[in-house]
Write a protein that binds this ligand. Structure first.
Ligand SMILES: Cc1cc2nc3c(=O)[nH]c(=O)nc-3n(C[C@H](O)[C@H](O)[C@H](O)COP(=O)(O)OP(=O)(O)OC[C@H]3O[C@@H](n4cnc5c(N)ncnc54)[C@H](O)[C@@H]3O)c2cc1C
Length: 381
């Protein structure tokens, strides 16, 4: 591993590129730990222009690996204790075979196995859908992603960090004294540490800085909302995630439903364009999965990127090739619900003081794990 700068942490200048959940949560914890002066450079002119502001807002605890489950449960506790995060414990239904749902259960999260019929009684919109078994998790819930971003941003600025919007990092180079310099169209910011929290752009940014070529893959996913007056959703109802057929459905505040067909396709054009024929695909899938939603009127359709690593875990740690470059990337499909705890891990690792609770997991998240031939290619999340 490349060692971090040798000056004391409290005097360091830290520049974080990207102010999504990765960048903001890391900044928040670095600030709490007194890690020096912090500047966030965000290329977009507002917060939440990409994955962090365009996600489904679901917090699902019984999913993913042990690492993700730790992120989710600790982050959930934080949300519950901070009303301005906008968290609401609506409960969730996961659907699938009994064996699959039993595998998802977690000793640390209260759940109960129920019949598919019980789930339909709770969510009549699922009538006509072919349901097997259901897993009820009352402590799961939902968040408004933009409210959560605003919550983090408020905390970060009140700690004294500087969030600069509309400031894309166009180059990362070194000055004569080998200090990192982050260049934007209107400024040059010198830094002891640059945190790469650039989401779908993190791989390119890392390469540009002379860092490791990390296998980060942005995968496009679409979300739809539908107005269905015959079966209006209410915001206090639970959401449902069918793990066998791969779709989820979330009731929204205005009687509408959010629907996702859990698509994920690699793409190089990191824009917000919808895939051709995605509406037809959605219609076909709803016909089979949620027939009551087939004739509902579409009110919105949008797409964004979930950036994944081959083993499904995020990348948190120092770049092995570029001194001073630190990665917080590859948050996959759980970055919002993991954000608080993931940011704490990132900050502790950056400060070289992970503590006994994080230490056992360092090798599962460090960038270095991709330096040797691929290990573990399971899709953790
Ligand atoms: C459709 C969809 C649904 C999802 N649903 C859920 C869900 O229900 N629950 C959940 O927990 N997670 C969900 N996720 C995942 C979650 O949204 C992501 O894991 C998380 O937002 C990733 O955060 P990030 O900060 O890494 O990336 P981003 O939010 O993309 O932030 C990266 C930021 O870096 C900025 N940037 C990039 N390059 C530069 C540069 N050169 N200079 C300056 N700034 C730069 C970008 O503008 C961007 O704002 C979903 C994702 C998608 C796409």
């Amino acid at each position: 591993m490349t060692r971090p700068p040798s000056n004391p942490a409290s005097t360091r200048r830290i520049v974080i590129v990207g102010a999504g959940f990765a960048g903001l949560a890391t900044a928040l914890h670095l600030g709490r730990l007194g890690a020096g002066s912090i500047t966030l450079l965000e290329g977009a002119s507002s917060l939440g222009a990409y994955a962090s502001g365009r996600n489904a807002g679901l917090l699902l605890q019984c999913s993913g690996t042990r690492v993700w489950r730790r992120f989710f449960s600790v982050t959930r506790r934080y949300f519950e204790n901070h009303p301005t995060t906008s968290f609401r414990a609506t409960g969730s239904w996961q659907l699938g075979s009994r064996t699959l749902l039993e595998e998802l259960q977690d000793a640390h999260v209260a759940t109960s196995l129920r019949s598919g019929a019980e789930c339909v009684r709770d969510l009549p919109i699922l009538q006509g859908s072919d349901l097997d078994h259901a897993l009820w998790t009352p402590s799961d819930g939902v968040v408004d992603p933009l409210d959560l971003l605003a919550h983090y941003a408020d905390q970060v600025t009140s700690q004294g960090a500087d969030i600069r919007l509309g400031q894309p990092a166009t180059e990362i180079r070194r000055d004569r004294s080998e200090r990192l310099v982050v260049v934007t169209p209107s400024s040059e910011v010198r830094a002891d540490v640059v945190v790469n929290a650039a989401g779908a752009w993190a791989r390119n940014l890392g390469l540009q800085a002379g860092g490791m070529d990390l296998p980060l893959r942005p995968l496009r996913r679409h979300l739809f909302s539908y107005d269905c007056p015959s079966n209006p959703g209410t915001p206090h109802q639970p959401y449902v995630w069918d793990q066998s057929r791969d779709f989820y459905l979330r009731p929204l505040a205005d009687g509408q439903w959010m629907y996702c067909l859990c698509d994920e396709e690699p793409t190089t054009a990191l824009d917000h364009a919808l895939a051709p024929a995605i509406r037809e695909r959605s219609r076909e899938r709803r016909q089979r999965e949620v027939p009551r939603l087939v004739s509902a009127r579409e009110t919105r359709a949008w797409a964004c990127y979930r950036t994944k690593t081959p083993d499904g875990h995020p990348v948190l740690g120092w770049d092995p090739q570029c001194p001073g470059l630190f990665w917080v990337a590859g948050l996959g499909g759980g970055g919002m619900s993991a954000s608080w705890e993931l940011g704490r891990w990132a900050a502790r690792i950056l400060l070289e003081d992970p503590g006994s609770d994080i230490e056992p997991y360092l090798s599962a998240v460090e960038p270095q794990r991709f330096a040797s031939p691929a290990r573990g290619h399971g899709d953790a999340r």
